[in-house]
Design a protein around this ligand. Sequence first.
Ligand code: CA
Ligand code: CA
Ligand code: CA
Ligand code: CA
Ligand code: CA
Length: 373
Amino acid sequence: MKLVKGIILLALVSIYGCGTAFIRNKEAREDAAKMQAALDAQAEVLSTLYATAETVPVDAIKVDDDAADDPAIWYNRKQSSESKIYGSNKTAGIHTYDLTGKELQFVTCGRINNVDIRQNVDLGNGPVDIIVGSNRTGNLLTMFLIDDEGLIVESSRTDLSLGKRFEPYGFCMYVGKNNTLYAFVNAKTGQIDQYKIGQMSNGDFTGQKVRTLKLNTQVEGMVADDAQRTLYVGEEENAIFRFGAEPTDSTTPILLAESTALNSKVEYDIEGLTLLTSKYLIASIQGSFSYAIFDLDADSYVTSFKIKSNVVDGVEETDGIDINILPMGAQYPRGIMVVQDGFNTNDNGDLENQNFKIIDLVELYKLLNFPAD
Ligand code: CA
Ligand code: CA
Ligand code: CA
Ligand code: CA
Ligand code: CA
């Protein structure tokens, strides 16, 4: 049924082209039938992983508020088990957690939708770690330094205006040729702007728009592969596209094979995207409360998995996802995956505010039979 709907939507988009008012799918939280359909579709996904920990729930005005959205993972070079997780709160700012899920910091900085980081980038004043969020309060990119412990340095805040008419949505960062740092930010219109990020001698960050890309309908999830110099963008109700990530690259999108409505495992919306090395792309598939894995060498769909209850509750209707493959102490010898949980419950099954779940990457490698890097 949803598949048919997807094809009809695609047909409508191709008949009317871009610029037509686009009626998006309702999310499960807004529609009981959609919720049931997603649970039914999830039941057909055969592979199951389990989270080992979850973060403290985010602050929200009401328990069922959609507030948590997108994670990022910071690697602690001095003591890897003290690595950190950032989680955007799209009503208020950015949370910082340790690997047990304990909250260490909350930075009130506006309606941050997506967050991403890069470490050890030299913007002219020596190497820094930087976190940036797409901020819907004022249409900004909000940028901060990260300190040696992985905490956000509030006094380092720099806001880059994206313009009155550009309401930011999805966001990711990219380190390209000559170790140049870029930010990609998109709007629901399908427009993706690329900024070159720098830093002045006083420490303030700068941003200069260098390119605009365009897809036809609502986009959000994005991830850049620094090694391959590519950008992946999810068009929520259509497919995943690849672009060259350098500002001089072609602006023509390339369809990632088998990410269309014709693949029954990819049920809309396509949300968060992340990479497991340059070999695999993982996409949060909200229509089946699961995650699809694509092989980027073969440009083919590999398999899907879901995250079910064990020591913490299972995961439903995930927005953002992130992976870091670096070893993080004895508990996470191959790193972690972090996913947003749209329906966080307590041990009694009662709904609580949303949070982020932490998955031992060894479990994902097992699913893929431990491919060589
Ligand atoms: Ca992120
Ligand atoms: Ca989102
Ligand atoms: Ca959501
Ligand atoms: Ca859950
Ligand atoms: Ca829980």
